[in-house]
Design a protein around this ligand. Structure first.
Ligand code: AMP
Length: 225
């Protein structure tokens, strides 16, 4: 059921992705009395120790975090709402919005492309994105016909080389769009990262997990105030 099979119910595995989510989760872990003893940016290790011998952190791709937690290979994890919407959230308990790694999901086009007119005239838009589910739902709700082109990265390139008319991507400062002569034409939804917990682990390891969930909740609330 859980990773590292045979471990006792006191062992916890937390799934995180490198970069912003890892960095923004560290203060929440500290609030729960947990210090990660290795840095994933300098270490090649994928399983990191903490000051608590019963808690380990695994480093996985952001889009894989829900999969590890869903299957119980990690007991809990932190994943962006963007990633959770694409995953579907099956088998996951999502107790709290951690208010970290905040950004927004937006539609962007090449500077000069008249998005409003294209939409008003009922043109069929080619949209490149990693976030196919979110894009499909957004354009369906607006009644806009789209051909979705699935990409795995560097979406900003697609309108520049004529692969698509628009992209759906996460935007934080907007610097990446500006650097590539793209403009944000529609904000779809705000995005932040959520704590996710394996449903079976929540029952079997509640005594260990609950205090951590509560510490995360307190720390993320005080941060957002
Ligand atoms: P920015 O230039 O600050 O708007 O950042 C945009 C780029 O960073 C996009 O290509 C995104 O893929 C990535 N990005 C920014 N914020 C986040 C986030 N919270 N979660 C995931 N990716 C992000």
């Amino acid at each position: 059921m859980s990773a590292f099979n045979g471990q006792s119910n006191s062992q916890l595995i937390l799934a995180l992705s490198k970069g912003r989510i890892f960095e923004d989760t560290l203060p929440l872990l500290e609030a729960a009395g947990i210090t990660v003893t290795e840095n994933p940016e300098t270490s090649r290790k994928l399983i990191l120790g903490t000051n608590d011998p019963n808690v380990r952190v695994i480093i996985v791709r952001a889009t894989d975090v829900p999969t590890y937690v869903q299957h119980g290979a990690a007991d809990f994890g932190v994943a962006g709402k963007d990633v959770l919407l694409e995953h579907g959230g099956e088998g996951l308990y999502q107790p709290i919005d951690l208010n970290i790694a905040a950004c927004r999901m937006s539609v962007a086009v090449k500077n000069g492309f008249d998005y409003e007119t294209a939409v008003r005239q009922g043109a069929r838009l080619r949209v490149a994105t990693k976030f196919v589910q979110t894009a499909r739902e957004h354009f369906a709700a607006k009644g806009v016909h789209v051909d979705l082109i699935k990409l795995y990265g560097s979406m900003e390139l697609a309108p520049l080389v004529g692969l698509s008319d628009a992209i759906v991507d996460v935007v934080s400062t907007g610097n990446t769009l500006r650097a590539n002569d793209l403009v944000e034409v529609e904000a779809i939804m705000p995005i932040s990262s959520r704590l996710i917990v394996n449903q079976a682990a929540l029952k079997l390891k509640r005594e260990r997990l609950q205090p951590i969930i509560e510490a995360f909740e307190r720390a993320s609330q005080s941060k957002s105030q």
